[in-house]
Design a protein around this ligand. Structure first.
Ligand code: AKG
Length: 268
């Protein structure tokens, strides 16, 4: 049985995720898709990616388009889109920093699966629990093309689960122990392009491979509560941006791109 995903931001704290439908207009999502197509067309043949717990050089795949936002104003602008931030504010509060982003594109017919994992155990420079990922659908997504799946409430108590090798060809090469009962409780986040989900950095989530004839593209934008989460910016691999509200004493470590501020020049 497919359980309907939570769409009530008031239940985010308990469930660990929430779906927001129709956040971007069709014109905005068409422009996003065109920008993504350009980026994919200019991809190198080989790429260094973090996989199986280390940096490895692999054949480039569009699942690994990490951190486009410091290098392309389009993606940075999207990360401060007011309707995206309104949704994030509903779950994290009004003071927000942008800490990372990642385009995860599963090509038609051979999109990599993403094994069950928590995000926080990959981000040692980020300390705190009020961290969330926006998963914006650039293409329509459903079970057939490998939509995201979440196991509700698994962030409870903020456990840090041990990672084990999958020994398989998947995005991360690592997973965590998940019982059949837990797996049975998973919720599929099927949604149309322009909709988005948010998920807690401790909640278990993943996705199947894409064996359908349709691409599945998503843009993940990662945010934290600027007041309760601290980022060791000297160990973090991209600049951290203040996108809304105030960051208190930590503000000087962040690039201020709140509304009305000019974006910094793209990094090379
Ligand atoms: O796009 C997917 O299927 C997985 C996304 C994911 O693991 C994440 O956003 O943290």
């Amino acid at each position: 049985m497919i359980t309907a995903p939570n769409t009530d931001p008031g239940r985010y704290g308990e469930e660990g995720f929430c779906l927001f439908r129709d956040v971007l207009s069709s014109a905005e999502i068409d422009a996003t898709r065109a920008e993504l197509d350009n980026l994919i067309a200019s991809m190198p043949k080989r790429q260094v990616v973090y996989k199986d717990g280390e940096n490895r050089e692999v054949d480039a795949r569009p699942e690994y388009l990490t951190e486009p936002h410091p290098r392309h104003s389009f993606w940075l602008e999207l990360c401060r889109h007011p309707r995206v931030l309104d949704a994030v504010e509903q779950v994290l509060g009004p003071d927000l920093i942008l800490i990372m982003s990642h385009l995860i594109v599963k090509r038609a017919g051979d999109g990599l699966p993403v094994a069950w994992h928590q995000d926080n155990t990959y981000w040692h420079s980020v300390q705190g629990t009020e961290v969330t990922t926006v998963w914006l659908a650039i293409d329509d997504t459903d079970q057939a093309n490998g939509c995201m799946q979440v196991i509700p409430c698994t962030h409870e108590g903020y456990p840090e689960l041990d990672k084990i090798s999958t020994g398989a060809d998947d995005l991360l090469g690592l997973t965590v122990e998940v019982t059949p009962e837990m797996e049975k409780a998973a919720v599929c986040l099927e949604m149309a392009a322009g909709s988005m989900s948010v998920h807690d950095s401790f909640v278990l989530h993943g996705s199947d491979s894409n064996t359908s004839g349709r691409r599945r593209a998503a843009y993940t934008m990662r945010y934290a509560n600027a007041r309760t989460v601290s980022v060791k910016t000297d160990e973090h691999w991209v600049p951290v941006y203040l996108v809304r509200g105030e960051a208190g004493e930590a503000a000087s470590k962040y690039v201020d791109i709140r509304p009305g501020r000019e974006l910094p020049p793209p990094l090379p």
